[in-house]
Design a protein around this ligand. Structure first.
Ligand code: ZN
Length: 493
């Protein structure tokens, strides 16, 4: 037990350093004055380096090795050991020099991407993208996981899914949803004049706070701020911080961004006290986290019944703009579907195709089937094939997202998986609770309670596979997502 106590002390020290560095990152995205950009990057690098050496060393390795098969450990300690060992194995297999060189290239790659996007010039980014990919390929070799090379990349974000699963999932979406998208595109698109009117920013702030609280966010344990790229930080279940953004001529963006981040935040607030200060006291995976944010943003907040009890509040707040807008029109507006070039602005129905384009390109890259210089054209062709539109340049095509520059290959599919998990969970919940009835009564706490008791409180103690099985009664099945989208969009049009 001495070893376990020693390990826990080390992990506690690491957690405290982690809090300091993530608090700096929070500060960078919210409060820090513009001119101080970069000022704390050395502090941050110092803290992260400190944390790395605290965990990655012979002493910790020995403790993990001697405790990993110890059956007398309680389930939480076992999970901590398992988690630590997995991280350790991944980090250990990659030579330090490779990792350091990769980190250096990565930061240059992000800067090159920023410039390339601004100047609409893929060539400025291409050499950095090539190097980043080379390193990723080398890492895959070092990890030696076997099977499709892309599986090793997926493992960083969702361990429970393989390329075979994704191929099946995405082919299913293509077969079932492309005809629906085509059918909608042939019809005349309704326009909603109220949507792009000016909406006072202070009022948007009031409504964002209202809607997050209405969805169940506990403001005794949460903070809501503003940032260009909305994000959630879960420091512990008592300190969860989210950001949103406000646009004068797009009030819907703040509403649904806030609902999205609230979903992430409720997950983190729902972690049980027993594990909140440990490395297993956070959401299980990127895809699981996204399932919660999408459930709140789309399945709940884009449901008509959600708005029935509160629409008059929104209408009163923006009386001049909304007094003649019926709930029916508001509902149609927040669910209109039209193919668009930018992923983060896409509607629920066309969204997964933005992910499929990226997934298929990433697969081609790691199967060595493509030249990097050909990627922009492949991107444009695929988007045209699925959504019938083509980017006008690189900035609204292949350069629109930061992920490739950060080396986040394998990350995009988790957005689509999150959506699909959300639908499968909603199906499971509906066997026990009438979701529409809860929304109509403004009783979201019942849904929150279910999610807290069946998902949130467990943190990393259970896997996506287990959550899906326990809640819906079966393994991951895209059917629920497809049914949800088809049902919703065929009744809307
Ligand atoms: Zn999210």
């Amino acid at each position: 037990m001495e070893k376990l106590i020693r390990l826990k002390n080390i992990l506690e020290e690491s957690r405290m350093i982690g809090i300091a560095s993530s608090r700096l990152m929070w500060d960078q995205s919210t409060e820090q004055p513009k001119l101080a950009r970069g000022e704390y990057s050395n502090t941050l690098a110092y803290l992260q380096g400190k944390n790395h050496s605290l965990i990655i060393n012979e002493e910790v390795k020995d403790i993990i090795d001697s405790l990993k098969d110890d059956d007398s450990l309680n389930p939480i300690d076992k999970a901590i050991l398992r988690e630590l060992k997995e991280d350790y194995d991944r980090i250990e297999k990659i030579p330090k020099e490779d990792y350091e060189e990769y980190a250096r290239i990565r930061s240059l790659s992000i800067l090159a991407w920023e410039e390339a996007k601004e100047k609409n010039d893929f060539k400025l980014f291409q050499p950095y993208l090539e190097k980043t990919i080379d390193y990723k390929k080398r890492f895959i070799q070092h990890l030696g996981i076997g099977g499709h090379p892309y599986n090793a990349l997926l493992g960083d974000y969702e361990k429970d899914i393989t390329v075979e699963d994704l191929d099946k999932f995405f082919n299913n979406l293509k077969d079932e949803l492309i005809p629906v998208i085509k059918r909608i595109a042939e019809k005349e698109n309704p326009t909603f004049d109220f949507e792009k009117k000016a909406y006072d920013i202070d009022k948007q702030k009031v409504f964002s706070r209202f809607i997050s609280g209405y969805l169940g966010l506990d403001y005794q344990r949460a903070v809501l701020k503003e940032s260009a790229h909305p994000i959630t930080y879960g420091f512990s279940n008592k300190d969860v911080r989210i950001t949103t953004h406000y646009y004068l001529n797009n009030f819907l963006s703040s509403i649904f961004t806030t609902a999205h981040e609230t979903g992430h935040a409720l997950y983190e607030q729902g972690i049980s006290d027993e594990i909140t200060f440990t490395i297993v006291g956070t959401g299980y995976s990127m895809a699981m986290h996204e399932s919660q944010s999408r459930l709140y943003e789309n399945i709940l907040a884009r449901n008509k019944n959600f708005w029935i009890p509160i629409y008059d509040k929104l209408q009163t707040l923006y009386w001049d703009n909304l007094k003649d807008v019926s709930l029916d029109d508001f509902y149609k507006c927040i669910n209109k579907s039209k193919p668009s070039l930018i992923r983060i602005d896409a509607d629920e129905l066309t969204y997964p195709f933005h992910i499929i384009v990226r997934y298929e390109i990433e697969k081609l890259i790691f199967e060595d089937k493509v030249k990097i210089s050909d990627l922009p054209e492949i991107w444009n062709e695929k988007l045209y094939e699925y959504l019938g539109i083509k980017p006008t340049g690189f900035s609204d095509g292949i350069l629109q997202d930061i992920h490739f520059s950060q080396g986040y290959f394998g990350y995009f599919p988790c957005y689509a998986l999150g959506n699909a998990y959300a639908s499968q969970f909603a199906y499971g919940i509906s066997k026990i609770l009438n979701i529409n009835e809860c929304l109509l009564q403004g009783n979201i706490s019942k849904i929150n309670e279910y999610l807290r008791e069946n998902i949130h409180k467990y943190g990393k103690l259970k896997t996506s596979k287990e959550f899906l099985k326990e809640i819906s009664g079966e393994e991951f099945n895209p059917k629920y997502y497809i049914d949800y989208l088809k049902g919703k969009f065929s009744s809307l049009q």
